[in-house]
Write a protein that binds this ligand. Structure first.
Ligand code: APR
Ligand code: ZN
Ligand code: ZN
Length: 377
């Protein structure tokens, strides 16, 4: 392409400091270096994790930063040595890399690639500790090596996967985070069985993707829990059999769930990111064999307090990142399953806005009005 090897000027949403709304400005995006790929982002969702960056919940993040990790796009150019994709390929940036070489990538037991962005000493520049973005003469930091809130972004080879040429990018951007995160928590981490009883705390984009996973796995009871009752209709449409709001009961919601199920749920999922609801999710599980899966991200430094007998009795507490998928291996198949209508993720997209309206998109998320708002460049 004519732009290969050159700096590209384009629009991006810069978060200049924690607590500030993102401002859409012109940035310069340097060409990809060795082992890197520059991608033209076509569509990106807004996830609660991006809102955490906005609010400053991750103390190790340096600002100014370009957030965004739920995107889909087209390869513009590749740096020396890149073999996994070529210009013109449709791709999804991976918010958890798969380097293929580290101890975890070589193990079938985990997807926690050790070349990830938050391993050891956290840093939010590129793996070689330099940045590809500048704005108004200042270096701008990357986020998760994805930074999909920029029309062009640069990714390391471990953080990209090619998908089908026919994939609709304005829809499959959700495969960058929400859908595999929730769906995989049910399918891979909990391994929900037919006939089981599940409770999902938080019915946002991630919790609703858990609902899809539980339904696909054949769960017979799928109970949604959310303080925002406007989420219930969609949850039921996707497979929830019942939905409850904690504020409607005098008793704690774990006691309500115990009464509803007799002995507690087989599987509980926390897709909010609060330690109080994490503790409640665990307490809602069957004492002998219930499994509680943590998905949401509480503010950094949070401590979860549990009573050992809760686990000694046989409950299990676990968690997963991006649904436990090794993303390079899994995403092309998940996208083709979507295209073959194995599941319908389109219904998670409640709003579509031009990229310039990213501030409005965040507001929709913050006020609980959207499930997923997709921004189009
Ligand atoms: N009890 C029950 N539900 C709650 C509570 C609570 N105390 N607090 C918030 N919720 C609900 C919200 O009403 C909302 O429907 O949790 C849902 C969270 O959904 P989103 O904000 O859309 O978040 P989502 O993008 O789905 O991410 C969920 O996973 O990846 C992480 O950082 C992310 O921690 C976040 C979580
Ligand atoms: Zn996310
Ligand atoms: Zn790895």
């Amino acid at each position: 392409m004519a732009t290969a090897g050159k700096v590209i000027k384009c629009k991006a949403a810069i978060i200049w400091e924690a607590g500030k709304t993102p401002s859409v400005e012109e940035v310069e995006v340097a060409p990809p270096r060795s082992g890197e790929i520059r991608v033209k982002i076509v569509a990106t969702g807004i996830c609660r994790t991006d809102d955490h960056v906005l609010k400053g919940f991750f103390p190790n993040i340096s600002y100014p930063v370009i957030a965004g990790h739920e995107g889909a796009g087209i390869v513009e150019s590749v740096g020396p040595g890149v073999t996994c994709v070529k210009p013109g390929d449709k791709v999804i940036p991976l918010c958890l890399p798969q380097c293929g070489e580290c101890d975890c990538c070589l193990s079938p037991k985990t997807n926690y690639c050790l070349k990830n962005h938050f391993q050891g000493s956290f840093q939010n520049w590129m793996p070689d500790k330099t940045n590809r973005f500048t704005c108004r003469g200042k270096q701008v930091y990357h986020f998760l090596w994805t930074s999909t809130f920029s029309e062009y972004t640069v990714l390391p080879e471990a953080s990209i996967v090619k998908i089908s040429d026919e994939a609709p990018l304005d829809k499959v951007c959700l495969f960058g985070c929400a859908f595999p995160t929730g769906y995989g928590a049910a399918i891979n981490t909990a391994k929900v069985e037919p006939g089981s009883t599940c409770a999902i705390f938080g019915l946002g984009g991630i919790g609703l993707s858990v609902v899809i996973g539980c339904k696909t796995a054949g769960a017979s009871r799928i109970i949604g829990v959310d303080i925002n009752k406007s989420k219930f209709a969609k949850a039921k449409e996707l497979g929830a059999t019942e939905c409850i709001a904690p504020q409607d009961f005098k008793k704690p919601i774990n006691e309500v769930l115990m009464e509803m199920t007799g002995l507690g749920v087989d599987y509980a999922f926390e897709a909010i990111g609060r330690i109080d609801t994490e503790a409640t999710a665990l307490s809602s599980c069957h004492a002998g064999h219930g499994v509680c899966v943590l998905i949401g991200e509480p503010p950094a430094g949070s401590q979860l307090s549990i009573t050992p007998i809760q686990l000694i009795s046989g409950r299990k507490l676990t968690g997963c990142l991006v649904g436990g998928w090794k993303l390079k291996d899994a995403l092309p198949k998940l996208v083709s399953d979507y295209m073959n209508k194995k599941f319908n993720t389109d219904t998670l997209i409640t709003h579509v806005l031009p990229f310039e309206k990213i501030g409005e998109g965040f507001e929709l998320l913050q006020t609980g009005k959207s499930i997923r708002c997709v921004l189009l460049f």
